[in-house]
Design a binder for this molecule. Structure first.
Ligand SMILES: [Zn+2]
Length: 217
């Protein structure tokens, strides 16, 4: 399988994904958070020119199954078949590394890729949303004892315990940090590192709004 995340230079992918999160996902998530949903968003883009097909956000206010990714997939398949791009021609973007439910939904929908901004560790420790890792831990035989090396946003390689195969015969999964690490020019790489940190800081503020709305300290 050709790695769909090498069809464009990493900087072009980062540019499209950061813009999509800032302009398309963030406003939707902000409104959904204000209405009692969580802050997880997703989008589908065309592989060919990185244009947006659709962006959506979490709708857990209406059903616990409508995570950002599952809701985005459901809206995607509501597009009439003659107007909907082929799944194989699309990239799947998600703000947070997909949970076990969404990971499977993306796979069953036929996507051969997904890209995420925040890792499970950030969702768990920074956002204090513990479901993703807790479910892997409690429900699955998730690679007990195994570790893998993953690029983190500070540019360093970090040991993580993988919960799933990041590259397998169904899909390739990549974090923003890995895309940043793949930018060849050092100056450009530093600039993208800062840009991603800025997008994360800005999007991360939705967590405060969520806690305030829910009355959680
Ligand atoms: Zn999910």
């Amino acid at each position: 399988m050709t790695d769909p995340l090498t069809l464009h230079p990493s900087a072009a992918l980062l540019n499209a994904f950061c813009t999509c999160i800032e302009k398309d996902i963030h406003p939707l998530s902000a409104a959904a958070v204000a209405a009692g949903s969580k802050l997880f968003g997703a989008a589908i883009l065309l592989k060919s020119d990185l244009s947006l097909v659709l962006a959506e956000t979490n709708r857990e206010g209406s059903s616990p199954l409508w995570h950002g990714e599952t809701w985005t997939l459901s809206k995607f398949f509501e597009i009439p078949v003659d107007k909907r791009p082929e799944v194989k021609d699309c990239l799947f973007l998600t703000t947070h590394e997909p949970c076990s439910l969404c990971l499977s939904a993306i796979t069953w929908a036929g996507f051969d890729n997904f890209v995420y901004m925040y890792t499970y560790e950030e969702t768990h420790h920074v956002f204090e949303c513990r479901g993703d890792l807790d479910i892997f831990e409690a429900v699955f035989y998730a690679n007990e004892g195994e570790t893998a090396t993953q690029a983190s946003v500070d540019g360093k390689q970090k040991q993580v315990r993988p919960q799933y195969k990041l590259r397998n015969r169904y899909f390739v999964a990549r974090s923003f940090a890995e895309l940043v690490a793949a930018v060849e020019d050092e100056g450009e790489r530093e600039a993208w590192k800062e840009k991603v940190e800025g997008v994360k800081r800005s999007y991360g503020r939705l967590a405060e709004a969520y806690r305030r709305n829910m009355g959680v300290e």
